[in-house]
Ligand binder design. Structure first.
Ligand SMILES: N[C@@H](CCC(=O)N[C@@H](CS)C(=O)NCC(=O)O)C(=O)O
Length: 203
């Protein structure tokens, strides 16, 4: 299998952490330079018509796009250690926290970055007012999640899961890119430091 990735992008980083947690060895990683628009070439568009990274090319040449779809596929091939839940309640809790992180925290941070940051002007049809409004929403969400995460090691089910990968990687990349200081959110900062100190984050 071959994973199209980029060292500067959060979505493929989630897959790389996932692969490392699972100890998967049979995936070749091919880095694309987003700055040089290597993800916009016709060659890559034949693999990923949406020009987004990551993309996983299977040994039969079929392609899986979307970070979570790739991780769910790999979870089926390598069920241990479990990352998406082992019983109905765990599965629902992990899905719930994954969705809440995605929609309440990651989305506004992502739009705040994509619509206001000069580096994104070549990749996004920017609407600065929308970006600033999303950034404001993100700050409110950070305040909310900062209280919520107090005394919690993991976001879901007292175990490390895909929801923690979604939370920690998104925050690690996107808070800074919105020119927000994570140290203003001490509980979230402690949570991110703890999760990202796992060997899988520096693999
Ligand atoms: N929903 C997709 C989003 C993928 C995505 O937006 N990836 C970014 C890198 S983190 C990308 O390819 N950006 C290139 C662009 O915006 O042109 C997923 O979860 O995989």
């Amino acid at each position: 299998m071959k994973l199209y990735s980029s060292p500067v992008a959060p979505s493929p980083k989630k897959v790389l952490v996932f692969i490392s947690e699972k100890g998967i060895k049979d995936i070749e990683v091919k880095d694309l330079d987003i700055g040089k628009m290597e993800h916009k070439t016709d060659e890559y568009k034949r693999i990923a018509p949406n020009s987004r990274i990551p993309a996983l090319v299977l040994d039969n040449d079929n392609v899986i796009l979307e970070t979570t779809a790739i991780c769910r596929y790999l979870e089926c091939l390598h069920p241990d250690p479990n990352m998406f839940g082992e019983n109905p309640e765990e599965i629902a809790q992990i899905e719930m926290w994954y969705s809440r992180i995605s929609f309440e925290l990651m989305m506004p941070l992502m739009h705040g970055f994509r619509h206001t940051h000069p580096h994104m002007s070549a990749l996004e049809n920017q609407n600065n007012d929308f970006g600033l409004a999303q950034r404001e929403l993100a700050v409110k969400s950070l305040q909310y999640f900062d209280k919520l995460i107090l005394n919690k090691e993991f976001i879901a089910c007292n175990k490390f899961s895909y929801a923690d990968i979604q939370a920690a990687v998104s925050l690690q990349f996107l808070v800074r890119l919105n020119r927000i200081d994570i140290n203003d959110y001490q509980n979230l900062s402690a949570y991110i430091n703890n999760i990202t100190s796992r060997p899988s984050f520096s693999a």
